[in-house]
Write a protein that binds this ligand. Sequence first.
Ligand code: FES
Length: 170
Amino acid sequence: MEINEKETLKRGEFLRSLGLSTSALMAFYCMGTLTACSSGDDDPQPGGNNNGGTGSTAGLTGKATGSSIDFTLDLTNSNYNKLKTEGQFVIAGDVIVALASGNKYVALSKRCTHEGTNVQYRLAQNDMYCSNHMSAFNLDGTVKQSPAASPLKVYKTELSQNGNSLRVYE
Ligand code: FES
């Protein structure tokens, strides 16, 4: 701690000697200590998260990657409770799961068939969209907008009677 403070002071004195402004100094400090200057909003994909694997993530049980996908999401878990809101989506393993327009659950392969970027659900267009080169897919997986040329794989969904868990399977 003491060493860090001394280092920081030395760095500040050095930078000041170069005639840098306070904001420029802050930029340097942020580069060196990312956590101290974080905005607190680091989620690169609002509405999504990257849970995956086989039963190791809170709220997800089963197999969410590779072949023979069959998993269940706990919609009361904070990782997945957004799926009770129309228009929201999550990434679970290799799959994007959304509560689409009309409160209909859909699950498709998350990877755009053009170059593999994760797609996202768009409520207004009721489609899956890839921001990389602007491909779009209908919810039955078919291509709505190129450059993607082949469809996304579609998975079945099954909501539990109490509405608190959602099974996704092939
Ligand atoms: S990777 Fe999706 S459009 Fe190119």
